[in-house]
Ligand binder design. Sequence first.
Ligand code: F6P
Length: 550
Amino acid sequence: MFDDSKAGINHSPVWARLHQHQRATRFMQMRELFQADPQRFERFSLQLDGVLLDYSKNRITERTLELLIDLAQEAELPLWMERMRSGERINVSEKRAVLHTALRLPAGAALPLDGTDIVPEVHAVLQRMRLFTDKVRSGQWLGYAGQPIRDVVNLGIGGSDLGPLVVQEALSAYAHPDLRVHFVSNVDGQHIARTLERLDPATTLFVIASKSFTTPETLLNAAAAKAWFLRTGSPADIARHFVAVSTNTQAVAAFGIDTEHMFGFWDWVGGRYSVWSAIGLPVMLAVGYDHFRQFLDGGHAMDTHFFSAPLAQNMPVLLALIGIWYNTFYQAHTHAIMPYDHGLRRLPAHIQQLDMESNGKRVGRFGEPLDFDTGPVIWGEEGANSQHAFFQLLHQGTRLVPCDFIVPMNGHYGLEQQHRVLVANCFAQAEALMRGKSEAEVMAELPALSGEELDMLLPQKLFPGNQPSNTIALDKVTPYTLGMLMALYEHKVFVQGVIWGINSFDQWGVEYGKQLARRILPELDAAADAPAAHDSSTLGLIRHFRKTHG
Ligand code: F6P
């Protein structure tokens, strides 16, 4: 069992040394670091297969990294990596192993869990998914009117939505030309209503994706889909039009889905890490088994790197440590993710769940209070659009906002000039954020100005710079590089959780709101002035609904 006798990491000497180092270097300008060291990019970048990580535009020196690596050692990171890899129950509050990496292992690998090798089970499900998706994609799987499936609707939320949604959109260049995949997640009826109004039940397949198969949003959408389907199809036709992805066989059967058409996974796969499991079924339907396998292989390549590379040359570890540098020692509250790729536009939302549901915790893994800040607010939007929205604040606002730029070197759609403009914008933003614009540079641009006009305009045209960023350049968004990218962020989040002493794999914070919603739901239908035990605001809102609804 784990040793819970250690004082929090913030009481360690290396934590204090990092604070000291931050104080000593906080006025350091990245622009000067680049001037002083023409090799800085070579020194602070890494390449693996089709992925380049440039972390040179950070307020770091070699000493910073040394100290951060000492911090990782202090937190026993290598030991925790091995614990995760080997299937120890590191999700202590739920007593579960954390083995999404096992989903990406190649056939022939072995990983025993409680005395049973889980790799054959993983591959057995993949093969069932393959048989099924091949049939749908080739037109052999027929709907009740004898026609092939044309639309797939994934009903799921959180990890049962965001992961597959991102991957399916990112890989649209690989998608089946005659099969459209839709994602419905919100319990707001307009989401499913507006999706279904364009579809034909005879050619539509629903994938009900829920690890627990108890999530009300998903079950309500599934019931609405079933009712819509039964307007034209018969109950006997449900088997051809509804499949489930879940760990809960009983609940799937109770919903009326033949468990022959259920694709299972395991409690050692967390929801936000589940796109690699049968939750990836809509992706496999869209892009086919071979591309899905390449996606898994990319994830596995990142796993192999993560579990074997020295900490100082380890992409996820470096990303995590640099994040901690700002979050903990500079007290940056947020971290922005900017994919310069339209297909990756929902990646920030996926990473938001991955990071904030994992590390948005105020107690350590043994329940001890943590008296330092943990996970940052993750946010972001696709570039170049975001340049015309919130970049002003990044360039001239008052806050430190570390950013990740993600950009492919090659596009898929043959619009070469547009791709060049996209890439140029991405590189330019990272450069501008780093170097800023000095007084002398502004003056050179405003030679004719003087006096009060100059006093007024000059400060407004200055850019302080020194705003840090990482750039992750993919050769191209392929299933393989996308797998690497997504696994990169998973491991980054894990490393940060280990260093802060968090269990990154539970999410108790999500439960309370669900509990209260269950209580409020019947109260909405009570008589207008019926009492309900709430604060006056919540009660006032409930009464307002009773008065104005319907
Ligand atoms: O929001 C909480 C959560 O439990 C997520 O972790 C999960 O991805 C999502 O709900 C959906 O859960 P399920 O797949 O069980 O429907």
